[in-house]
Design a protein around this ligand. Structure first.
Ligand code: SF4
Length: 100
């Protein structure tokens, strides 16, 4: 890990802190507040030839998007598929490479 520039580490939340905070305010489960609850699964797990615009639109309204993104970027075996936090699996892989 690269060294933090002086003075920035204290201002940045610890990994998982946002998830914990959201979990606290939603009774321990950020998924309870998810805007995708009750939406058709095929919006978030579309066929490969379908652009998931409607899922992305729903994610922009979601109060749990930060916790969802943290969850989606964490290691999963097998890797999770579908749209999470408005990002497809390939977009999440690209984001992980950019922040690594
Ligand atoms: S950000 Fe999107 S995928 Fe994640 S919980 Fe919210 S609506 Fe669902």
């Amino acid at each position: 890990m690269a060294a933090e520039p002086s003075g920035t580490a204290a201002a940045r939340p610890a990994p998982g802190a946002l998830t914990a905070r959201i979990a606290e305010t939603s009774g321990g489960d950020w998924r309870r507040d998810a805007a995708c609850r009750g939406e058709p699964l095929e919006l978030f797990f579309p066929r490969l030839d379908v652009v998931p615009d409607e899922a992305r639109r729903i994610c922009t309204t979601c109060p749990a998007v930060t916790a969802c993104l943290e969850y989606a970027l964490a290691p999963h075996v097998p890797p999770i598929i579908g749209v999470w936090a408005g990002l497809s699996a390939s977009e999440r892989r690209r984001l992980k490479r950019q922040v690594a």
